[in-house]
Structures are given as C-alpha cells and as structure tokens.
Design a protein around this ligand. Sequence first.
Ligand SMILES: C[S@@+](CC[C@H](N)C(=O)[O-])C[C@H]1O[C@@H](n2cnc3c(N)ncnc32)[C@H](O)[C@@H]1O
Length: 438
Amino acid sequence: MNARILAINILARVRATDAYLNVVLDTVLSETPPKDPRDAALVTELTYGATRRQLALDYAITRFADRKLDALEDKVLAALRVGAYQLFHTRVPARAAVAETVQALKDVGLARAAGFVNAILRKLSELPSPPLPSQKDPVEYLSVRESHPRWLVERWIRQFGRERAEAMLVANNLPPAVVIRANSAKVTRDALLAQLKDVGVEARATEASPVGIVLPPVGRVEDVYGYAEGLWQVQDEAAQLVGVYGAIPESARVLDACAAPGGKACHQAETHDVVAVDLHANKLRKIEAEAHRLGLSGRLKAYAHDASEPFPEGWGEFHALVVDAPCSGLGTLRRHPELRYRRKEEDVARLATLQRRILENCQEAVPAGGLLVYAVCTPEPQEGQDQVDMFLRSHPEWTAEPPVLPGLKLPLAQAWLRTLPGPEGYDGFFAARLRKLY
Ligand SMILES: C[S@@+](CC[C@H](N)C(=O)[O-])C[C@H]1O[C@@H](n2cnc3c(N)ncnc32)[C@H](O)[C@@H]1O
C-alpha cells in the first residue's frame, strides 16, 4: 500500500476514534508494513506534519471549500490535509502532490469526492505560501501560523511572555530527536556511546542529563544497536532529568504511583526496588515488557491501583514515592500533535484537582524522613509550581528540598526542575522534590 493511502487511512482513523496518532501509526505500520522503508518515513512525516499544521491547513482549505470542514467524511478531510501539507511543507512537486493524493483518495474507495479534493488542492497549489490572517490581531496570527488553538496562544503569552510563547509554539512543530537513556544496570553512557560509534551510529551525549544520548535520525528504534539487549530505553531528556533530580538514595524502596508506560519506573529500577502502579491494568504489560527487556524484572513489580486511594498495606513500606501525575500533557505537543486540538482550557483545572487528590493520598504513604518526587509533563503552573505551593501551604510537615548534585547543571527554577518547550530541545516538564519532615 502506498504512503499516501496509509496516511489518509491513519488520519481518518485518528479523527473517527479520537485515538492517539502515535498509537494508530504504529499499529498500521506493523499491520501493513510498506515494502520500501522510505515509505514508512514518508507516512510518518505526512501524518505528523499534517497534524502539527492542521489548524493552518484547515484555514487554507476553508478558503476554497464550499462546505464546512466538520461535515466532510474523515477520509476526504484527511486527503485534503495530506495534500495541502505536501504543497506547503514538502519538496514534493505540486503536480505530483495533487495527482497522487487524489489517486490515493480513489484507491480508498472515495472516487466520488475526487473532483472536490482535486479542485481545492489545485487552487492551493497556485498560492505562493500558506494564507495567514492579518497581523493586526497578533494572537490570531500566531494561532494560525503556528497551528495552535487561540486559547492556548493567549494563555502562554500571558504566562510566559510573547517571546517564549512564540518559541514554544515553533518548537512544537518540529520533530523531536530520538533521545535514549543508558541503562546503568548494564552499561555506562560513555561505553554505550563508544559501542554505538563502533557500529556506525553517530550519537552524542545529552547536555544536561548525565545518562542521555541523542540518536541521529534512525528508522525503527527497535533496529538500533543495543535495543534488543536492553542497553537503553527511549526517554526524552527532560523526563530523564526527573529521575536525576529526584536523587532518591539507593537504599530506598520506591513506589511509582502513576507508572505507565514505565520510563521513570525503569529508570528507578536500575538502582532501586520499585513497585510500579497504574490505574489501567491494560498498561501494566508495557511496563513489565520494558522491565524485562532492560533486565530489570527482578527489581520491579507492577500492580493496577488508583493512586488517589490508600495503597494496600501488603505492599510494605516505601521510603520514596514518584508521582508522575496524569496531566494536560501540554509540554509534549511535538510528540502528540493531536492533543493541542483536543485539550480544552478547563482541562487544566480539572486535572489539577485530580493531581491534588493523588498527591494527598501519596503523601500519606511516605514515612517521616521520606521523599516524594512530584512531576508533570506540562508547563502549566496550575499543575506544577502552584500545585506544589498549595500542597506545602497545607502540609507544614513537608518541605521542598532540591538535591545537591555537584557537577550537574540542571534546568532549575528556584527549587524546582523546570523545562519549557523551545530551542533547548526539551519537552516541558515540572518536578518538585519534597521531604516529609515529621
Ligand atoms: C504522565 S503518565 C506517567 C508516565 C510514566 N511515569 C513514565 O515515565 O513513563 C501518567 C499515568 O498515570 C496514570 N493514571 C491516571 N490516573 C491515575 C490514577 N488515579 N492512579 C494511578 N495512575 C493513574 C495514567 O494511566 C498514565 O499512565
């Protein structure tokens, strides 16, 4: 099956089922792998690109469509977006972009819409660049140019200032590099870097994380040296920094209260005994499979449990908890581009309430002298810093205690670990390291 057919099918399925793009893409590519690996790369670029740029593409398509885009069949709208993306953001010659997209639409059984799609794509192909609204309304202009909903642009300008907000929007439209964490239970970062070099992979060390490696563009990560042997795990640098910044003493038994898919739990299990908990039992298999691949099964047990409810006494005592709470995920929009259109502003407050409930229950499980590392993958203060400030105000027995990590330069804001999307190349994360005094 060719790349454009797959891209149309994937985008249509994501729209119809509200599924995650990365999940549908992985499923489709493993069910119907294209013969040529370059086609897999093209499907990835077309689907991620068309989703990242969706709001701007729709703005352009709407100019020439004689009906509301919401009313279009999923595959017809998907074809328009895939076609428009190629015209504005790839080097595919315009004629080929239009003709092959229209042919793909026919091949998926929608020949009756071919004329409609062909006419719009041809009109778009005559434009020198994607149309934009007037700069007189700077929020609207940025919203369309960088393809983020207006409420989010307004909110980020208000919270982070115009310059940083714009940098965040731009960064969310760039594909992230693949970053891995060396599995310290098996190999040091330097040794892994040398081994990768020996097999011709020109990787480099991450700047802030002492355990991270940035891979060059690779095809399937599963085919890269050391994956099958469990020498490393894919993990964004900022997510690695949560484990580093947490600096949980090696003697501690750790409970990871919101663990799936298991990045931070496996990071801890390199050096600790870990109980990994997630609300959704179906996600535990992924945590266990990763622990197995990394050779960490002996140190990690996974259970389904609601972290806002008391933990079973039978699990024993824990000296440290990691609470990587469910959050708006607005720090990971470059990886989950569909999320920016699905999230609503009121989600931030709703999730902050859930985080508070989880935090309240988890703090009960920490003995005096123990640690709690709270983290979220969002730049929203309401879910991060404000959440922790409020917690500390109502819990005098807790204090914020940043770690002393000589030789490391972590991105800190006061006591907190904080990264924002932007030219630094991080996902947006917040983490607090809290100690129970009595
Ligand atoms: C941000 S993700 C955790 C990512 C993970 N720590 C990692 O590093 O790979 C949040 C997780 O919390 C889980 N979750 C949501 N509500 C929960 C609850 N009430 N109790 C426990 N887990 C919950 C979600 O299923 C999701 O897997």
